[in-house]
Design a protein around this ligand. Structure first.
Ligand SMILES: NC(=O)c1ccc[n+]([C@@H]2O[C@H](COP(=O)([O-])OP(=O)(O)OC[C@H]3O[C@@H](n4cnc5c(N)ncnc54)[C@H](OP(=O)(O)O)[C@@H]3O)[C@@H](O)[C@H]2O)c1
Length: 290
């Protein structure tokens, strides 16, 4: 598996990243998914404090605690900043965002405990917070870097302007913006989100690269009319479509199936022809390029 740094000052990640959002499953199955990912060269794992109603970091961490050497073979990404009502968070009565310094610091400590590690490779602000105070975020990031609790910082679901605004207040570069991108949801390619990342030489991370599974439903099959010609599965072609973009997108896959993890890793070997790339986009959008 190709490895690449999403920014020259950033960590080195596997080009395909395993997302843990749907890993609200038995610890033994999470252990299998981790083993399979590492076996096929997927070494980067994407978490958030809230995944599985705040449970998945802990399930994953329990696997690491039983096999401490695993931590040395992987990079961990996690996120913070979303709060919602839950028995585990009785103080929240409405879904909201919290990017205060106090919450960011608390959330990182909490993630470190749950994941059973003493550092996080990349911390992302999960969603743009309308009440985000960039000075506070900067103070929190600087403190976390100083203590070594977090190595690198980024954002998720930020617009181009929001990305540049926060960057302006930081003494070091943001190394990621994790966005929803797939051939079904290609807005980021056209609304400036990817352009601004290329300007800052940051490679995007793409969540729901298969549209959360929708891309593989019966009514989307026409997008993959060339799959036989490439000797590829539909999922592989959907990932290859992202991998072709010159910003060096890191797809964050979400499968809970070890065989599909192996299948996804092979997407890296597929190189789409330009016209096939545009043809997939045309079918997905239901119209030709203007
Ligand atoms: N930053 C954010 O705001 C944000 C938001 C959402 C997600 N994420 C991240 O992105 C990751 C991926 O999101 P996602 O789960 O929606 O990604 P996805 O890869 O687009 O979708 C995964 C879903 O597709 C299904 N699927 C069906 N056929 C498949 C095949 N042939 N190969 C692979 N999967 C197939 C999977 O089911 P099976 O499990 O049965 O294979 C699973 O339910 C998450 O885990 C999370 O880390 C981030």
């Amino acid at each position: 598996m190709e490895r690449l740094a999403p920014h020259k000052n950033g960590p080195e990640f596997s080009r395909i990243i395993a997302g843990a959002w749907r890993w609200d499953i038995a610890e033994s199955r999470v252990s299998q998914l981790i083993q399979k990912s590492l076996e096929v060269g997927i070494t980067t794992f994407d978490h958030a404090d809230i995944y599985g109603d705040h449970s998945i970091e802990e399930i994953f961490g329990n696997v690491l605690k039983k096999n401490p050497s695993l931590r040395l073979k992987m990079e961990l990404v996690t996120k913070c900043g979303i709060k919602f009502p839950s028995a585990k968070r009785p103080k929240s009565w409405v879904k909201h965002y919290d990017t205060s310094k106090e919450h960011i610091l608390w959330s990182v400590d909490n993630s470190l405990t749950k994941l059973g590690t003493d550092n996080i490779d990349l911390l992302l602000i999960h969603r743009p917070d309308p009440l985000l105070n960039p000075n506070e975020v900067a103070e929190a990031f600087v403190a976390l870097k100083k203590t070594g609790k977090v190595r690198h910082f980024g954002v998720s679901n930020f617009t181009a302007t929001q990305f540049e605004m926060l960057q302006h207040y930081l003494p070091f570069p943001l190394v990621a913006n994790q966005l929803e991108i797939s051939v079904l949801n290609s807005l980021a390619l056209f609304d400036g989100s990817l352009d601004v990342l290329m300007k800052h030489k940051v490679s995007p991370m793409a969540w729901s690269p298969l549209g959360g599974g929708k891309l593989l439903s019966h009514d989307q099959q026409k997008i993959f009319s060339k799959s036989q010609a490439y000797g590829a599965t539909e999922a592989q072609l959907a990932l290859a479509w992202l991998l072709k973009h010159p910003s060096s997108i890191f797809p964050v896959i979400g499968t809970t199936n070890p065989d599909r993890i192996a299948e996804s890793a092979k997407a890296i070997e597929i190189h789409l022809e330009v016209q096939d790339w545009f043809e997939m986009l045309k079918v997905a959008q239901g119209k030709e390029m203007p």
